[in-house]
Write a protein that binds this ligand. Structure first.
Ligand code: FAD
Length: 572
């Protein structure tokens, strides 16, 4: 079901799918309309397309912009982009930064080494790549899959019924096109037309903070591949290195202390002189912008067959470099669920979990960035003294707090323990829970093969079921695997791929009939805290959806039945 199919007047995926057949009567040529070709819309279009979904991507702008916006891709986003096959291109074009330090009044408060804290992620760094280049990478990938952005198509109206969505698109010559699709996703930014048309509130605060940003060349003694933030008496400046040797500087002011008018090199130099580092000189200013930060979140991320993702759903301070990343992860949370729904292989419950999971992430992000800004910009002498005295002690005496900060910034810590589609059936739970990001580990696909990271083996778009066998007896393993094979052959193979994970050497096991991973060091069992073995279902977006004891096939069956529809019968 690719875009080349456009023009068909029936859905090829709708065998046995009555509701989708109804939709096809209105001549829908695409399953999903993605509105907005910023980083979020591009991510979603790429993900849907690789899953074979007919998807149309429109944008009201004339062409791609090059505005000064996001500059960093975080580790968790890179892990997801790797599955889509675009991480390596982004990495080639960007700059890896593993170290992040915060200074106040010339004294270092904290230094985070991502390599130390993200040891099992293949990407223990933040990748510095300007947003327009990230969009370029995503656009090229979309084109390589035969997709394209339709520029100068503005969404102006939208209605929906039980079977689909009807959208009005304005063309540059003023003509209006009516489009019928199964689903619509508004990735149309902070001023989202989709959100307005749905009448959804965008509650929060306006102009809490004023920012000045720009790119400069710095002459200083500090390393040119590290991230720095310098604070001084209510002033903040962040230095983000770029691959071309320059730096993106981000200056934050309290609203009543902010200069007005154009940002100038002189203004940037004044803040550098005030905050540090001492003696640093800025030159060659470019892309200077001033703007106010709003902190807002849409009251809902979904209404029927219409969804919001990215800035259309949440906006906040860019200080923690999270906005674009969170939006791209919204898209990748939604993509696999929507694709299954389009194919009639998902229950309504699976799709509804998008809103439950991502609203919570948006909420936490707003709270976190608000607090971080208050701490960074405080002028209160008592709070300043406390912050400057306690932060170094706190972070050095409690390594767990530095670890937590690293995991938060890299978005590795995002988890869905309370999601309606997370189930943890184990009697004894450890530190890793269902809903957490699935950890990586080195395994062998056969005896004597080169060890490979788990993440590199799982490139399919399906969920992965790990049958962790630990020290279970051969007969028990045989029985467990037989039950899993029977379960999946009940129509779930298109959604779930199972692997038998053994600690013992794999010789003697029949590799023709089962997919075996050899956990030759026991690292995988250890990371998954599976001394007794277990059943772990990893979702396509890399989170643990189900966790059961070894032998809990019945409970797993209940979980799978609640979320997936064998044979493609839609349940909306
Ligand atoms: C100065 C600055 C620095 C930032 N730094 C970071 C950072 O370091 N890290 C980070 O993660 N985030 C950062 N952000 C946030 C990041 O830029 C945004 O979160 C990101 O752009 C959101 O992407 P999006 O695709 O949701 O929306 P957008 O990028 O706004 O894209 C929306 C698209 O929708 C189109 N559109 C709008 N209305 C319609 C319509 N009616 N019909 C059709 N198309 C429409 C627009 O033309 C646009 O192309 C920063 C933001 C700013 C301003």
């Amino acid at each position: 079901m690719q875009e080349g199919d456009a023009g068909e007047d029936h859905c090829s995926h709708t065998k046995g799918c009555k509701k989708m057949n109804d939709l096809s009567l209105t001549a829908a040529t695409h399953d999903v309309l993605v509105v907005g070709a910023g980083p979020v819309g591009l991510t979603l279009a790429n993900d849907l397309r690789r899953r074979g979904i007919r998807c149309r991507l429109i944008d009201s702008a004339q062409e791609a912009g090059a505005a000064t916006k996001a500059v960093g891709i975080q580790a968790k986003t890179l892990e997801l982009l790797a599955k889509m096959g675009v991480a390596h291109t982004a990495i080639e074009r960007g700059l890896k930064t593993s170290l992040f330090s915060i200074y106040s009044d010339g004294k270092r408060l904290v230094r985070i080494d991502f390599r130390e804290h993200l040891q099992e992620s293949p990407y223990p760094y933040a990748l510095m790549l300007p947003q327009h280049e990230t969009e370029q990478v995503l656009t090229e990938h979309l084109q390589s899959q035969g997709g394209a952005i339709e520029w100068q198509r503005e969404l102006i109206s939208v209605t929906q019924d039980e079977q689909g969505v009807e959208a009005g698109l304005r063309h540059p010559d003023g003509k209006e096109e009516r489009v019928r699709v199964g689903w619509l996703v508004g990735c149309d930014g902070a001023h989202s037309t989709v959100r307005h048309l749905l009448g959804l509130n965008f509650a929060g605060t306006t102009s809490e903070l004023s920012l000045a940003v720009g790119n400069v060349r710095l002459t200083w003694d500090l390393p040119s591949d590290e991230l720095f933030a310098f604070l001084h008496q209510g002033n903040f400046i962040g230095y983000f290195p770029l691959a071309d040797g320059r730096h993106r500087v981000v200056i934050a002011y309290e609203p009543d202390k902010a200069p007005t008018g154009e940002v100038t090199l002189q203004e940037i130099q004044q803040v550098i002189d005030a905050c540090g580092p001492a003696g640093a000189r800025a030159s060659e200013p470019a892309e200077l912008t001033r703007f106010h930060v709003n902190q807002r979140r849409a009251e809902h991320y979904a209404r029927g067959r219409i969804f919001l993702a990215g800035d259309a759903a949440h906006i906040h301070s860019p200080i923690g470099a999270q906005g674009m990343n969170t939006g791209m992860q919204d898209a990748l949370n939604l993509g696999w669920k929507l694709a299954l729904m389009v194919r009639g292989q998902a229950s309504a419950r699976l799709l509804e979990s998008y809103e439950a999971e991502r609203e919570q992430v948006g909420e936490d992000l707003l709270r976190g960035t608000e607090l971080a800004m208050r701490v960074a910009l405080t002028r209160n002498p008592l709070l300043l003294a406390l912050r400057n005295a306690l932060a170094p002690i706190f972070f050095s005496a409690l390594p767990a707090s530095a670890h937590r900060l690293a995991e938060t910034l890299s978005e590795i810590s995002i988890a869905y323990p309370h999601s309606p589609i997370t189930v943890d059936q184990r009697d004894k739970k450890g530190t890793l829970h269902a809903g957490d990001r699935a950890p990586n580990a080195l395994v062998r696909t056969r005896e004597g093969a080169e060890p490979q990271p788990l993440f590199e083996i799982f490139t399919s778009e399906r969920s992965i079921l790990l049958v962790l066998t630990a020290q279970q007896e051969a007969a028990a393993v045989e029985r467990q695997w037989g039950e899993i094979v029977a379960l999946l052959s009940g129509g779930y193979q298109e959604m779930i791929e199972a692997y038998l994970v053994t600690e013992k050497a794999t010789s003697g096991l029949d590799q023709e009939t089962r997919q075996v991973l050899h956990d030759f060091t026991g690292e995988l069992h250890q990371r998954y805290e599976a001394e007794q073995g277990g059943l772990v279902l990893i979702r396509p977006d890399g989170y643990i959806g189900f966790w059961g004891q070894f032998g809990a096939t019945e409970t797993l069956h209940g979980y799978v039945k609640a979320l997936f529809v064998p044979g493609g019968e839609a349940q909306l």
